[in-house]
Ligand binder design. Sequence first.
Ligand SMILES: [Zn+2]
Length: 316
Amino acid sequence: MQGIHIFTFKGIPVSFQPMFIVLILILSVGIGGVAESFIFAICLILGVLIHEFGHALVAQRYHLNPEIVLHFMGGITKYPRSAGPKQDFWITLAGPLAGLIVGGIAYGILHVLELYVLQAGQPVPYYCVFIYYLSMVNLFWGVFNLIPAIPMDGSKVLNHIIARFCKNPQTALKISASISIVFVLLIMAWSIWQQSVWMIIISVFFIMANIQVAREAFSGGSSKSLKNLERVSLEAEKAYERGLIAARDHQWTVLERCGHQMKRAASDKDQLERAYEFLTIACTNLKKYDEALKYSEHARQSDAVCQAVNRCRSLL
Ligand SMILES: [Zn+2]
């Protein structure tokens, strides 16, 4: 999913697809006068951004190189490699939490303003309208995303919680897919009752996504949803987390040990490439240049690996 780049914040690039503007226009035009609709549109954009940055900043903490794309259903935070189960849980939860925190603070400010500004009988100032919509949009978006229906964040969170208790990821996916279908049908019914064309269109997409996941869950094949729950890679991910701390503290022997542990426990190519990345960086700093160059052939080609390779070649 590609988009037009708008800005980069804290190293996280944000881009949008033209349909995002259509979404904002459909939802905001006619809310009130021109000024009120404009303020509402700004709050909608901020609401989506706050939610996505909730996901992205936590993903950034796990060194996943996230990027944000705004699209016709809101936004998405993407990262090139998959996160471990624990990481995925916190990244997912952080989106709705960010919205609920900002919305809650804005709601609190609004109450204080109501006491001192709005009771004066004057026309409502625009900044109060802004704070009102900022709180409403963020609270709504946070709660809505916590509904346990695919593809919402709530469904992923529920997936992880069930997987913790029932041990078998496939069974967990079956249970959460069944719960999701109930909720998605409720969303569809609510959309029809509200006569919201946009929500009905979105519900159809939700139902399609649900059919796909339900098929994966009950057919027994491997799926992306299932991959997020798999536990085989957990040991390697734990070694990776320890390695990141060691790298930050320049403890190269510890980093080398974490690299070897990760290499042994790796369950996929991505983990293996990250293990070799650790080994390349550690060996370079431990002056084992030949060994570092050998590891670098299998390592993820990050900036740190390229720098290490250049250093080895210049010193050999
Ligand atoms: Zn989200």
